[in-house]
Design a protein around this ligand. Structure first.
Ligand SMILES: [Zn+2]
Length: 458
């Protein structure tokens, strides 16, 4: 009982802070946003001018003109384009540039990393990202729960968050503190599970600790192999799936990455996540892991560097998007510590671009996620620019973000469009993003849930 009293006390304090910080939404004063243009996501067009009526945390009306209720606050955003808040399907609030990911776990305390995560959440929001899927704290356990709760309570600014706690990985697998003195028992960046039973137990523990979806490392470690060594040729699993034998595309198997979990193990994870009303996202660089993940029914294939023709066909049929995460690859290529490392990173990026063009040509669904964290938070809108540079139209990239990301984040019909009933997550950018996609890198105004976080300079 005493515990309950303390809890109620804390909730009362959080409630008071929220009422104070939410400002206009708390007061329920209607807001009318006006700008020279407005982007309509589904029809894929710009209307002019554009207006949005916001009441509380929701959009009430959208059009070239909307009702201006008595007492409404009018915000004129001038020569800008109103758009839904940006969505990033792959972030790491607990990572920062300048120190290797495994060393952040070993050298920085969880409280230190949590403080940084709150600053990163603010930086992302101010850059226009009003919703994000955090793909793992990378060694900070379930500390993302505290960050999300503080944001939801209005204590700190940040995006709406789907969180995973830590990624799940196999012993000795991706991000398992490899290469350190074994006697140090260095902490790894994932929760470990080696079979179906352990996967389910880990998911339940993470759920108890506050996670809202499951992140699994499905491949690693990645290798670029010399021409002709073709690691998948002669491999019985590849043969069974009919991959590794594509005629006319010999470079396909220059890249090799082992799978971590079997298709059955991934199916068990997807089933357990579904029982908890959520889904599974995978770090998945190539085959045959991508096929396993798609067959199992994951929400998205993240990084998706290498996909076979058969896997791409299934992704179309099951509407499972790829999340290319170009910015992080570009950043590693541009910031490698040695010329040799730079050459390797550039080879990887070149291969990725080549494969992305095949994926775009195949017409697979895409979603937008940057993998921000290893590079500075708040700069990840560059992802839109790179997806356009490597083969998509600005409209296709924007629709990928606004229509496919909400499905992955399980916020369909709530985020990603300026429509009556949706969350009032609205940004304004200069110019026309359908003509110049880099407009999304210059967000001038940010509203989330009816609350203005960034006001235009004028
Ligand atoms: Zn990641």
């Amino acid at each position: 009982m005493r515990k309950l009293g303390v809890l109620l006390g804390i909730l009362a304090v959080l409630g008071a802070a929220r009422a104070q910080d939410d400002g206009p939404a708390g007061s329920q004063q209607p807001i009318v946003l006006h700008a020279a243009r407005l982007f309509e996501v589904e029809p894929g067009r710009i209307i002019s001018p554009g207006e949005v009526l916001v009441v509380g945390d929701r959009i009430q009306a959208v059009g070239t003109s909307v009702e201006h209720p008595a007492g409404a606050k009018i915000i004129d955003l001038g020569d800008t384009t109103l758009m839904p808040g940006l969505i990033d399907a792959h972030v790491h609030l607990f990572l920062h540039p300048g120190r290797a990911e495994d060393l952040q776990t070993i050298e920085e305390s969880v409280p230190e990393r949590t403080i940084r995560a709150t600053l990163n959440a603010k930086a992302d929001l101010m850059a226009g990202f009003t919703s994000e899927r955090d793909m793992g704290t990378e060694g900070a356990g379930p500390a993302d729960t505290a960050v999300r709760e503080a944001i939801n309570a209005g204590l700190i600014p940040g995006p709406r968050l789907r969180i995973s706690g830590m990624a799940i990985s196999i012993l000795g697998g991706h991000e398992d503190a490899l290469g350190f003195n074994p006697a140090q028992h260095a902490l790894g960046n994932a929760d470990y599970a080696n079979d179906t039973e352990q996967i389910i137990e880990t998911i339940r523990q993470q759920h108890k600790d506050g996670s809202t979806f499951v992140k699994i490392y499905e491949t690693g470690r990645d290798q670029m192999v010399p021409q002709g060594s073709a690691p998948c040729l002669g491999n019985p699993i590849c043969a069974q799936l009919g991959i590794g034998e594509q005629a006319g595309d010999p470079e396909f198997w220059d890249f090799h990455t082992p799978y971590q979990y079997t298709e059955d193990e991934l199916k068990a994870a997807v089933a357990e996540a579904a029982r908890l009303d959520t889904n599974v996202g995978v770090h998945c660089q190539g085959e045959p892991a991508a096929r396993f993940a798609v067959e199992a029914g994951v929400a998205s294939i993240d990084h998706a560097t290498q996909l076979s023709d058969g896997t791409m066909q299934l992704m179309k049929e099951k509407h499972i998007p790829a999340v290319p995460t170009f910015v992080v690859f570009q950043y590693f290529a541009d910031h490698a510590p040695t010329p040799q490392a730079a050459a390797a990173e550039h080879a990887m990026l070149d291969y990725k671009i080549h494969e992305f063009k095949r994926q775009v040509a195949a017409g697979i669904p895409m979603a937008v996620g940057s993998d921000v964290g290893p590079f500075p938070h708040g700069t990840q809108a560059k992802e839109f620019e790179l997806m356009v540079r490597y083969g998509m139209t600005p409209l296709a990239v924007l629709q990928a973000d606004y229509l496919n990301d909400p499905r992955i984040l399980t916020w369909q019909n709530e985020i990603g469009q300026l429509k009556a009933g949706y969350y009032a997550d609205v940004i304004a950018v200069p110019g026309n993003p359908l003509k110049d996609i880099t407009a999304v890198e210059r967000v001038e105004f940010v509203m989330k849930g009816g609350v203005v976080y960034k006001a235009a300079a004028n």
